[in-house]
Write a protein that binds this ligand. Structure first.
Ligand SMILES: Nc1nc2c(ncn2[C@@H]2O[C@H](COP(=O)(O)OP(=O)(O)OP(=O)(O)O)[C@@H](O)[C@H]2O)c(=O)[nH]1
Ligand SMILES: [Mg+2]
Ligand SMILES: [Zn+2]
Length: 318
């Protein structure tokens, strides 16, 4: 008998499944799977809780492998939303937000922003932070405080039945605190360093949590390095305002770095577009192109290895 289960926790050896079961991978899956199960996956198990296969993922949230190289690390499967959690005040960065937006665009996941700890800043600073986020992306933004309760109801009302919301942000941003406020749970949180607001990496693994309201969350450890993949289209999508100006550049392959009649640089000069935003896009495009190139090299290497193997097999048949 085979049954389907949701993976709620994944370690290298043991997978926890919804319903309180623990499972291991079948030898066949371990040897053949391109990607091992991750939190959020639906898996098919045989008797004795052996995972035989992973159901096709609706979405795959991936970041560039922290160890470098061409690989991508799958953070979560089947998420419908990426809840980007950013604390107001120290460490607030629109450039980091843009990186998260690229990950979401690349995965086809709806991004939502929670600006946390609004009790710690004055209302004017909170409004400025909110407008900066709105300028960077036309997406829902919620100012929240788990101390005063501000924004918690509005944010949870935004989600609906069936949604799977993956939390992401720096350590100390307030991800687990938000989750506790939503679900009345008691996940561990801990104070950030006062000098620079840095967190202590309190959450150390990804977990799938059901709210009892029909939608679920995936809590994640804080990530500092948000490496993007080689998906140039996702970068374009996040910077679609710049793409609009780019259509009016004299050269269709304008790089917006100094060509004559560049509409993008003209927009920067007139103040319609911020120079930092353009620089942010250039940086992400470069990173994405480099990633694309290293992915292509790995593919070519694999292909030539396969070709060699086939030739060798052909040669031994005579
Ligand atoms: N004043 C205030 N403090 C908050 C708020 N949200 C979180 N904090 C505090 O910020 C600190 C870090 O919060 P966590 O929820 O542990 O942060 P996290 O994003 O889960 O961090 P990691 O698990 O390390 O990735 C804790 O001391 C929280 O009490 C808020 O809205 N207002
Ligand atoms: Mg946490
Ligand atoms: Zn241009």
């Amino acid at each position: 008998m085979n049954d389907r289960f949701r993976v709620i926790f994944a370690s290298r050896e043991i997978y926890e499944l919804k319903g309180g079961y623990r499972a291991v991978l079948s030898g066949k899956l371990r040897n053949t799977a391109e990607s091992l199960p991750v939190v959020g996956d639906m898996v098919v198990c045989s008797d004795g809780y052996v995972i035989e296969s992973i159901e096709p993922r609706k979405t795959e949230l991936k970041r560039s492998s922290p160890s470098g190289g061409a690989g991508m690390q799958v953070l979560a499967a089947n998420a419908t939303h990426l809840l980007i959690v950013m604390a107001m005040g120290a460490g607030f960065s629109i450039r980091r937000l843009e990186r998260f937006l690229v990950l979401a665009a690349s995965a086809g996941i709806q991004p939502v922003v929670a600006l946390t700890k609004c009790d710690l800043v004055n209302p004017v600073d909170a409004a400025v932070a909110e407008s900066e986020v709105k300028e960077a992306a036309d997406i829902p933004v919620f100012c929240t405080s788990t101390v005063t309760g501000e924004g918690i109801g509005e944010l949870s009302a935004y989600f609906s039945e069936g949604d799977i919301i993956c939390l992401a942000g720096l350590s100390g941003a307030g991800k687990s605190s938000l989750l506790n406020a939503f679900c009345n749970t008691d996940f561990e949180t801990s104070a950030v360093r006062e000098s620079d607001g840095k967190g202590k990496h309190t959450t150390t693994a990804r977990h799938f949590i059901e709210t009892g309201k029909g939608y679920s969350f995936i809590d994640t450890p804080g990530i500092r390095e948000v490496g993007i993949g080689g998906d140039a289209g996702a970068v374009e999508e996040v910077f679609d305002d710049i793409a609009k100006y780019a259509k009016m550049c004299r050269f269709s392959d304008c790089t917006h770095t100094g060509e004559p009649d560049c509409a993008v640089l003209a927009a920067v000069a007139s103040g319609a577009l911020s120079a930092e935003r353009l620089a942010g896009m250039h940086k992400l495009k470069k990173e994405s192109a480099a990633k694309n190139e290293s992915e292509r090299k790995v593919r070519d290497k694999k292909l030539s290895k396969t070709v060699k193997q086939i030739k060798k097999l052909g040669g031994t048949r005579h």
